[in-house]
Design a protein around this ligand. Structure first.
Ligand code: LLP
Length: 415
């Protein structure tokens, strides 16, 4: 909960833009970028928060960007990023497959491809010999805050299986592709116990590459740096993290006999704590022993609690500014689905949490929602996407206007 918003400021934003509303603090984003600036390249995994204005802010701070779809490539271009042969490229495309329009797009804009399958190398090589590629490797193990965010090991569809590296290198050679580097992203939620194993695996992959007679210029540590969602959660020591990867880089440099650039690809770490979701209380009710507070934001806006059982800190802002003693509360949204609850536990859908008592018209602030918040929103229950606002010091501005139901209906009308 690192943002700097004051209750007065949030009430002003409520009056100016209405709720539900995503709000981001530019200063917190800049602070997080500075914390990882000892990496040669910081590449923002924009899936965490892909608003063009946030991408522009990243670009102004010297951060590069990762894209995982044609849409994300076009967003990066819109934000002023360019791709091409100069390294490090402003944009890299990371995926396990190409659909046809996306393959056209990476070829047209010469976006280096971080390939997660050997089929991608053949498809790219046939279309665009000489194209720059990274290899995303699954080292055989992973970690994550939930099984759904663990991207390494046998159950994961991501990356080229480590023993297939020689076959991937052969495909690169066959098509005259240009190998830039090796990449690993084995999950979201750093686990230091694993990290030396990950770094060791990377050095081993560099040896395999060299033994195959191929060179490379960069290593990517992927993303996955966690943030303290709960009070008392560990805070990532970015110096220690860099130190471990830097040591791996040095070992790899000794193998190859020349310098290597080191990239980091964080999503959550750069934006999660900068963002809040602002919602208004619209109803309260007592259901047996449970006290429910119902707000105008639902899991179509913030999906993480319903999808992963994720915890987000929340604050009630009462209109009269008072803070009476908390009472156990279930915070829920407006959707026609009983899983539309923000206070969820690991095993159950409804887990009351001590919250300042709220009545209709009060605001609820859902914290640490800058990552995988707006970017995972949907139109479920025919609810238009909500507005986004960027705060920079005392200034605030709209960075995405509210979608309208009219715009949704237009997609289906007159067919
Ligand atoms: N690089 C690659 C190749 C990735 O697949 C991801 C995330 C990242 C970087 C950034 O990971 P981060 O630093 O944000 O942990 N929706 C989930 C997270 C899914 C992450 C998918 N890949 C959530 O809300 O926690």
């Amino acid at each position: 909960m690192a943002h700097r918003f004051t209750p007065d400021q949030l009430w002003t934003l409520d009056r100016t833009y209405g709720t539900p509303l995503w709000v981001y603090d530019a200063a917190t984003i800049r602070e997080r970028i500075a914390q990882v600036s000892n990496f040669d390249t910081v590449r923002f995994a924009q899936k965490a928060c892909s608003n063009v204005h946030i991408l522009r802010l990243m670009r102004e701070q010297g951060v590069k960007v990762d894209a995982v779809s044609r849409g994300e490539i076009l967003r990066a271009l819109e934000a002023g990023y360019t791709a091409g042969d100069a390294e490090p490229s402003g944009i890299v495309f990371t995926a396990d497959l190409f659909d046809a329009p996306t393959l056209d797009c990476v070829v047209e804009h010469r976006v280096p491809v971080n390939a997660g399958s050997i089929d991608m190398l053949h498809q790219l090589g046939e279309r665009s010999p000489g194209h720059a590629v990274w290899l995303r490797i699954n080292p055989g193990f992973g970690h994550g805050h939930s099984n759904k965010t663990n991207t390494g090991g046998e159950h994961s569809k991501h990356g080229i299986w480590h023993t297939d590296l020689p076959a991937a290198l052969a495909a690169i050679r066959q098509h005259g592709l240009r190998l830039v580097g090796l990449h690993m992203h084995i999950g979201s939620g750093v686990d230091y116990g694993h990290l030396s194993e990950v770094c060791g695996a990377m050095v081993q992959l560099v040896r395999t590459t060299q033994a195959a007679g191929m060179d490379l210029h960069a290593l990517s540590a992927g993303g996955g740096l966690s943030i303290p969602y709960r009070e008392g959660d560990a805070v990532v020591d970015t110096q220690h993290y860099f130190g471990l990867w830097n040591a791996a880089r040095q070992q790899a440099e000794a193998v190859l006999g020349h310098p290597l650039a080191l990239e980091l690809e964080p999503g959550r770490f750069l934006v999660a704590e900068s963002g809040v979701l602002l919602a208004e209380v619209r109803a309260t009710k007592d259901v047996g022993r449970n006290h429910f507070v119902l707000v105008d934001a639902g899991f179509n806006e913030l999906m993480r609690p319903s999808m992963y059982g994720s915890f987000h800190a929340m604050t009630v802002l009462r209109r009269d500014g008072s803070t009476p003693a908390p009472r156990p509360t279930v915070l829920a949204g407006p959707l026609c689905e009983s899983g539309d609850v923000f206070t969820q536990g690991d095993g159950g859908v409804v887990q009351p949490r001590p919250l300042t008592p709220a009545t209709v018209g009060d605001l609820v602030v859902l914290h640490d929602t800058g990552a995988y918040g707006a970017s995972m929103s949907s139109n479920y229950n025919t609810r238009p996407l909500v507005a986004e606002v960027l705060v920079d010091g005392d200034a605030h501005r709209l960075i995405r206007r509210r979608q309208t139901v009219e715009e949704l209906l237009a997609l289906e009308r007159g067919l």
